[in-house]
Design a protein around this ligand. Structure first.
Ligand code: SAM
Length: 163
């Protein structure tokens, strides 16, 4: 069950250290149809609505070549999340699990990730399907989907030993 910021009976909150946000720079903004967490999908879908990822200056030049990739990984800051729960009850059924065993938006550093399909590029804006965040969510990073790459292993000890 999706929530706003309420804490549920089986959940455990802690007093976190003051948030410093590690000096992140928000590089853009994601526009989606969703203005309420209660209506936002739990995970993006390949057949979801087309959403817009606007890149801010001076980062627009970093989009060079991005159109070559059919899928991208998007990292974003779930800016409306509470950040203090160590045990959570996503179904609000009395059972709680550790935050690091969940993909809940409620985390000490509320980073969300989605694999999206690139539908088009309009100047400094990407059109994508597969998002699951609120309208106006800050963008942290964009990368080609890692599964589009073939790993090249560096030389390992023993690779060149002869029998
Ligand atoms: N796909 C990402 C992941 O796995 O890291 C996020 C998954 S999280 C379960 C998605 C949920 O986060 C949405 O259903 C919504 O309730 C909540 N959410 C979306 N955007 C948010 C934002 N900007 N701030 C806080 N919560 C947000």
């Amino acid at each position: 069950m999706v929530r706003e910021n309420e804490i549920r009976p089986s959940e455990v909150a802690v007093s976190p250290p003051p948030a410093t946000d590690a000096g992140l720079v928000f590089i853009g903004r994601i526009s989606t149809p969703w203005t309420s967490r209660l209506m936002t999908p739990r995970q993006g879908r390949a057949d979801g609505p087309v959403c817009r990822i606007e890149i801010f200056e001076p980062w627009v030049e970093a989009l060079d070549g991005v159109e070559e990739f059919e899928r991208l990984e998007v990292l974003y800051w779930l800016h409306q999340s509470r950040r203090d729960l160590v045990k959570q009850s996503p179904a609000n059924d009395g059972a709680a699990r550790g935050t690091f065993a969940l993909r809940s938006p409620v985390r000490p550093n509320p980073i969300g990730t989605s694999i999206v399909t690139l539908v088009g590029v309009e100047g400094s804006t990407l059109l994508v399907r597969g998002m699951d965040c609120l309208d106006g969510t800050p963008l942290i990073d964009l990368k080609p989907d890692r599964t589009l790459f073939t790993p090249i292993a560096p030389p390992q000890p023993g690779d060149f030993e002869t029998g």
